[in-house]
Design a protein around this ligand. Structure first.
Ligand SMILES: *Cc1c(COP(=O)(O)O)cnc(C)c1O
Length: 372
């Protein structure tokens, strides 16, 4: 053995995760991850998969049969929705008001789509009027927006956009990575046809799975494809026979991650969605009031703010990266910096799931006062 290999035991520092994700994880979820493995085709695991699907439907407010947890992170959920719905040459309208709308355009272009971008300044919403304007000029297969834009802290209202997509005969695709289990989200009522999320934001589970759901309309559109889905791993027809009745081997599901998601979903539903949304709002207000009293201002207009992702302007004359480093090293608190054009200009303070508590807020405020 080379002398340089010390084989030190793993000992990560203890942090409060208050950035754009991952969020803090309940000890119950960590405990679930430490339980024994079973095989991925064991009847006991198939039962767990069924329970996950049922709980996901409840959290997403959908009756969609094709609802499951993709074995990869949120970005793979994005890719799965795009490559299953879009064939080369198809048109898609994508709302772009931050990093994740931009990423979706990249994914769609790689899938051969003709992308129509509907842009809004970072920090603002995608309006129904802007989407309607784009729909006057094209006949897209899908209209896509990011519900909760984690790079800016903006919540784009979905209902009207869903109605416009439906009128235009287009499928409605939604990024709900940061919104699911943090703010209200109604897949069926809002006419959403394809939706992906992630485990490490408001579900408070480690990163690694992407809950997805597809409506009957989306499934029909996929069955009318002229070409095979370009991705074998993300092909919903193959995944469907693994997660559905046939249980045909497709890939080896990450057993432990599914244990974690099972427990995280139980925690969400035990708390109740309405109580959970109210908690996120309350804790956000506590942070907002204190930060405003300290002289901070928010990037986003009050009516469009996400409670779970607070984008605040960094005061003039402060080295924001140095301040974040001190928060992490001296106080064990992680917050996020700005991305893209907002780099160096904002902090992103996440209050997601287990990280949405008064204690988190108070310890951050205390640390911030000392660091500044
Ligand atoms: C985090 C995030 C993603 C990407 O998820 P990963 O798990 O990092 O792959 C996509 N969209 C939004 C809105 C996100 O916040």
């Amino acid at each position: 053995m080379p002398a340089a290999l010390a084989l030190k035991p793993l000992s990560p520092p203890k942090r409060r995760l208050m950035g754009p994700g991952p969020s803090d994880v309940s000890p119950r979820v960590l405990q679930a991850m430490a339980t024994p493995l079973v095989g991925h085709l064991d009847p006991a695991f198939l039962q767990i998969m069924d329970e996950i699907r049922a709980m996901l439907r409840a959290v997403m407010k959908t009756a969609n049969e094709l609802t499951f947890a993709l074995s990869a992170t949120g970005s793979a959920g994005m890719e799965a929705c795009v490559v299953n719905l879009i064939e080369p040459g198809d048109e898609i309208v994508i709302g772009v008001n931050g990093v994740f709308g931009t990423r979706m355009c990249d994914v769609a272009e790689r899938a051969g789509a003709r992308v129509h971008r509907v842009e809004a300044p970072w920090g603002e919403i995608i309006t129904p009027e802007a989407i309607a304007g784009a729909l006057n000029h094209c006949r897209p297969k899908a209209v896509a927006v990011v519900h909760a834009e984690t790079s800016t802290g903006v919540r784009t209202p979905l209902e009207e956009i869903g109605g416009l997509a439906r009128q235009a005969g287009a499928l409605f695709l939604v990024d709900a990575v940061t919104s699911l289990a943090g703010i209200d989200l109604r897949v069926d009522e809002w006419g959403i046809d394809a939706l992906y999320s992630g485990t490490q934001k408001c579900l408070s589970c480690p990163p690694g799975l992407s809950p997805v759901t597809f409506s009957v309309r989306a499934v029909e559109a996929m069955s009318r494809r002229r070409s095979k889905c370009q991705s074998w791993y993300l092909d919903s027809a193959l995944l469907r026979s693994y997660w559905g009745q046939e249980r045909a081997y497709h890939h080896t599901a990450p057993i432990t991650m599914n244990y974690a998601l099972h427990e995280a979903l139980r925690i969400v539903l035990e708390e109740g969605l309405d109580a959970r949304f109210a908690r996120h709002r309350r804790v956000h207000e506590r942070l907002r009031d204190a930060l405003e009293a300290m002289g901070f201002s928010f990037l986003v207009a009050p009516e469009h703010r996400l409670p779970q992702l607070n984008a605040v302007r960094v005061p003039e004359g402060i080295d924001e990266a140095a301040a974040r480093r001190r928060l992490l090293e001296e106080f064990g608190i992680e917050i996020g910096g700005g991305l893209g054009a907002l780099r160096g200009k904002i902090w992103r303070i996440g209050l997601m799931g287990e990280s949405a508590t008064g204690e988190h807020v108070d310890s951050l405020l205390d640390a911030l006062r000392r660091v500044l």
